[in-house]
Ligand binder design. Structure first.
Ligand code: MN
Length: 479
């Protein structure tokens, strides 16, 4: 993407002065000079592509500039101080945040571990825009994954599916989430992907005729009503279909909502008017109507849903919504970013961001325990929580001030009971030393060793405390 195209795309939605963007473009191009990607392309093409994705999501100037510069701190010789001086604190913090996440390496296949990693990424990012940049970066890397070895492809796809797609979902950026999922799906389960994608494109072709018929019929009946609208054919993303098939143990043919029709109009009244027309032209399926406009889903999703029978006897799912509702469902948190914070950037205070973020999180539906997530997110940002690596590279979440004893009990109560020492980052440490986020901690145990009463005044976690108390109660002779 040439600088002219980039500026044009940015100016379509923003009136901000673009001098900084132009400078970021030249700076990054210069810094990455002579670097190549695995595809053989010049490295800067990756920065351009990531920026293009951020422009798709209409991100603010700082985020777009940080997109251009996102690999400068990690992959070039430009010193942090120079960067900070050239681009200021805000852009520097965004790029430093992305770089920090870059250094986290996720390998575990354990879902509980993935949850800790997602939390750690959120906590590390501090600013939600860092996550959006990271997601754009990952999306472009997934789009160009074919240039890497198969081993790398599997590793990165696994990480994408277990970490980044769920993060995108949490932020309500469904379009990005779907593409990340389907790209990972393709590499992780190539046979299933091929067979499913063949089946979907088959019914897509068959349904094109049906869509034409539907459109013609609807237009005829709308007559002179003069309701602005556009009709889209919609396919559920492949990985969602696959997951639904597995979960409900259904063959593809029985997945009802794999394909459907979406009607987008200008305002809410017209949504209901269109619904009336649809129901008067096609026979609605009893019990299929849901009004998510009057009662939005928790992630703010709004639409009217209904299913109707067309002349061939086939059942078609229909969603009716306004342009604004459409944006929210596709872009999620990114769609609201600019509008919530205002164009000026004058009110970008952390508190406000957090408040808004927490509200947003509260609305999200797909969390197993939203309350806990919000709480942990808040405390993470206040740095009340630290993340400690096991020697194998797993991550454990602990309260700030936690000691190797707490860590030992988090791994296993027997390890806690028998610990006699610890190594922090390969150096011998005391059991009551304070752990810091990012430390790698190894616990040294001795068989038949026992918890000590004075540990009670050292530990920070309730789990360790109650376990030590219990042990002392059951073994009073040792106390
Ligand atoms: Mn990158």
């Amino acid at each position: 993407m040439a600088i002219e195209d980039l500026l044009k795309k940015f100016k379509e939605y923003s009136a901000e002065d673009t001098t900084k963007l132009e400078y970021a473009y030249e700076f990054s191009k210069e810094a990455h000079l002579n670097q190549k990607r695995a595809s053989g392309e010049v490295y800067f093409s990756h920065c351009q592509a990531v920026t293009d994705i951020l422009l798709d999501y209409k991100m603010d100037l700082e985020t777009v500039a940080a997109g251009l510069l996102h690999d400068v701190l990690e992959d070039t010789t430009v010193p942090c101080e120079t960067f900070r001086k050239e681009f200021g604190e805000e852009i520097y913090n965004l790029v430093a945040g992305v770089t920090k996440i870059e250094t986290l390496r996720f390998s575990s296949r354990d879902e509980a571990q993935a949850e800790n990693w997602r939390k750690m990424i959120l906590a590390t990012a501090k600013d939600i825009r860092v996550i959006v940049i990271k997601l754009a970066d990952r999306l472009h890397n997934m789009r160009t994954l074919n240039f890497l070895t198969n081993e790398k492809q599997l590793e990165i796809s696994h990480e994408t599916l277990s970490l980044y797609a769920p993060l995108a979902q949490r932020l309500g950026i469904f379009r990005l989430k779907s593409e990340l999922e389907d790209l990972s799906f393709k590499y992780l389960y190539p046979d299933e992907y091929d067979s499913l994608s063949a089946k979907v494109s088959l019914i897509f072709t068959r349904r094109e005729k049906l869509l034409e018929e539907f459109k013609a019929n609807l237009e005829k009946n709308l007559g002179s009503a003069n309701i602005p609208h556009r009709i889209l054919s919609r396919a559920k993303n492949l990985y969602s279909i696959y997951r639904k098939m597995l979960k409900q143990d259904l063959p593809f043919e029985e997945i009802q909502d794999a394909l459907g029709i979406r009607i987008i109009t200008d305002n809410i009244i017209n949504c209901y008017a269109l619904l009336g027309t649809v129901h008067s032209v096609f026979k609605p399926v009893a019990g299929s109507f849901t009004d998510y406009i009057a009662v939005p889903k928790m992630n703010l999703y709004q639409s009217l849903h209904t299913s109707v029978m067309v002349s061939s006897g086939e059942i078609v799912e229909i969603q009716i919504r306004t342009e604004e509702m459409h944006r929210t469902s596709e872009y999620g948190i990114a769609a609201h970013w600019r509008y919530k914070l205002g164009e000026s950037g004058a009110d970008r205070h952390l508190d406000e961001k957090l408040n808004w973020l927490c509200q947003w999180m509260e609305w999200l539906q797909d969390l197993s325990s939203p309350r806990e997530f919000i709480e942990s997110f808040k405390t993470d940002l206040e740095l009340d929580q630290i993340f400690i690596f096991t020697p194998k590279g797993d991550v454990k979440c602990l309260p700030a001030g936690a000691t190797p004893i707490d860590f030992a009990y988090v791994i296993h109560s027997d390890i806690g009971d028998t610990c006699i020492g610890a190594k922090i980052n390969n150096k011998m440490a005391r059991l009551d030393d304070e752990l810091k986020s990012g430390d790698r901690c190894e616990i040294i145990t001795r068989r038949n060793s026992m918890p000590k009463r004075d540990w009670l005044s050292v530990v920070k976690t309730a789990g360790a405390r109650s376990r030590i108390r219990k042990y002392l109660r059951e073994h009073p002779q040792n106390d």
